[in-house]
Design a protein around this ligand. Structure first.
Ligand SMILES: *Cc1c(COP(=O)(O)O)cnc(C)c1O
Length: 369
C-alpha cells in the first residue's frame, strides 16, 4: 500500500492527458499564452472570483499576495503555527513579522477567539490556513478583520473546492492562494500555484509581479520575480480540473468510511465535521491520544504507510528561533504536533485498504492496552 498513489490517477486520465501534453508540445507555446489563460478563466469561475493568476507555486502565490497588499518591513501578519512552513516563510520573505496564534484543537485551524489579543498597531493581515481541506472559521475571522481593517489571505493550498456556507474557499477573504504541488487535491506534474481575488488592483499587481514587474515587454514598473504557471502544467490542470469536484466527493466518502470504522476506538479522535462547511480531505488526520509513534511503527510493519503533518509547529522551527517563542508558548498546536497521524486517502484508494488500516489500528490498541 502507498500513502499516495498518483499513478492510478494518471492511468485513468492517460488518453486525455497524453493528447493535452502532445498538443502543447506541437503548439510549442510554453510561457503563458492561451492554455494558461484558459486555465485561469476556469479557476476563477470554479472559485467564484473575478481574477485568477497562475504562478510557479503555492508559496509564490502567498508571497505575491502579501506584496500585492503592500506588506513589508515593520508590518505584522497573524497566522497559525500549525501549517506547512511556507505559510510563515513568505511573511519573512516579504520583510514582515509572523505572529502566531494558537489553534482550535477540534479543527486544527487558527482559533479566532485568540486572534484579537495578538493584534497591535502594526498588524496588517490575517492568514488563516484551511488545514487538511477543512475551511477555517471564516465568519469570525472576517468579522475581526473588518473591525481592525486587516486584509485576509486564505491559504487554501490543501483545500481547493471546499466550501464555507455555500461559498468556495478563496472567495471569502481578500485573496486566496492555491498550490498545485502533486500531492494536493488538484496536482500538477511539477510545481504550480494560483492567486485568486475579486480585487482588480491586487490582480494587476500579481500579473506584473510574476513577469519581472512588467506588463509592456521590456518596460519594468517595479522589481518582480520570474514566477509563471507553465503552459504545460496549465494543459495538465485543464484536463484535471473538471474531475476535481467528483474526486473531492470521493475523498469525503473514504473519510466517512474511516470515521465510521474508527468509531469504537477510544484511543483516537477522528476529524471533526463542522455544519455548513465541506471538508475536501487533502489529509485524513486523526488524533492519537496515546503512543502515536508506536502506532505509526506498528502500521509501518504491517505495510500501512502513515505521515505526520506536522511534527514541529512553526513557532518552534529552528529557522524562526529569533521570533522568541518557546516550548509551551502555543500548547494546543504543540499537542496536535505530538498526536496527529494522517492515514492514506486519495480518490482511487480501495475501501479494502481502508478496512485493513482500521483493523490494524484496532488490533494495536487491543493487543497493547
Ligand atoms: C503545500 C502548501 C503550501 C505551499 O505550496 P507549494 O506549491 O508547495 O509552494 C503552502 N501552504 C500550505 C498549507 C501547503 O499545504
Amino acid at each position: 500500500m502507498k500513502f499516495l498513489d498518483l499513478q492510478k490517477q494518471f492511468i485513468a486520465l492517460k488518453p486525455e492527458m497524453e493528447k493535452a501534453i502532445r498538443q502543447t508540445l506541437e503548439r510549442s507555446e510554453f510561457i503563458l499564452g492561451p492554455t494558461v489563460e484558459k486555465f485561469e478563466v476556469a479557476m476563477a469561475q470554479f472559485c467564484g472570483v473575478r481574477y485568477a493568476i497562475g504562478v510557479n507555486s503555492g508559496t509564490d502565490a502567498l508571497l505575491a499576495s502579501l506584496l500585492a497588499l503592500g506588506i513589508g518591513k515593520g508590518d505584522e501578519v497573524i497566522t497559525t503555527p500549525f501549517s506547512f512552513f511556507a505559510t510563515a516563510e513568505v511573511i519573512l520573505l516579504a520583510g514582515a513579522k509572523p505572529v502566531f496564534v494558537d489553534i482550535d484543537p477540534t479543527t486544527f485551524n487558527i482559533d479566532p477567539g485568540s486572534i484579537e489579543q495578538r493584534i497591535t498597531k502594526r498588524t496588517r493581515v490575517l492568514i488563516p490556513v484551511h488545514l487538511f481541506g477543512l475551511p477555517a472559521q471564516m465568519h469570525e475571522i472576517l468579522q475581526i478583520a473588518r473591525g481592525y481593517r486587516l486584509a485576509v489571505i486564505e491559504d487554501a493550498a490543501q483545500a481547493l473546492g471546499s466550501t464555507y456556507q455555500g461559498k468556495r474557499v478563496c472567495s471569502l477573504g481578500d485573496i486566496g492562494c492555491v498550490s498545485f504541488f502533486p500531492s494536493k487535491n488538484l496536482g500538477a506534474y511539477g510545481d504550480g500555484g494560483v492567486v485568486l481575488t475579486n480585487n482588480p488592483k491586487l490582480a494587476a499587481f500579481v500579473r506584473k509581479w510574476r513577469v519581472h514587474g512588467s506588463v509592456v515587454k521590456y518596460i519594468h514598473d517595479f522589481v518582480g520575480v520570474c514566477s509563471r504557471l507553465d503552459a504545460l502544467q496549465a494543459a495538465i490542470l485543464n484536463v484535471k480540473l473538471p474531475h476535481l469536484t467528483s474526486w473531492n466527493a470521493t475523498r469525503a466518502k473514504k473519510a466517512l468510511l474511516y470515521t465510521s470504522l474508527l468509531r469504537s476506538c477510544r484511543s483516537v479522535v477522528t476529524p471533526s465535521s463542522v455544519p455548513g462547511l465541506t471538508h475536501v480531505y487533502n489529509q485524513y488526520t486523526i488524533r492519537v491520544k496515546e503512543r502515536r509513534d508506536q502506532l505509526a511503527n506498528y502500521l509501518q510493519r504491517k505495510g500501512i504507510p502513515t505521515a505526520i503533518y506536522y511534527p514541529l509547529p512553526l513557532h518552534l522551527q529552528p529557522a524562526l528561533r529569533h521570533l522568541g517563542y518557546r516550548r509551551g508558548s502555543l500548547p494546543l498546536a504543540e499537542r496536535a504536533a505530538a498526536e496527529v497521524l494522517s492515514l492514506p486517502i486519495y480518490p482511487e484508494l480501495p475501501n479494502t485498504e481502508i478496512r485493513r488500516s482500521v483493523n490494524s489500528i484496532l488490533q494495536f490498541f487491543s493487543q497493547t492496552s
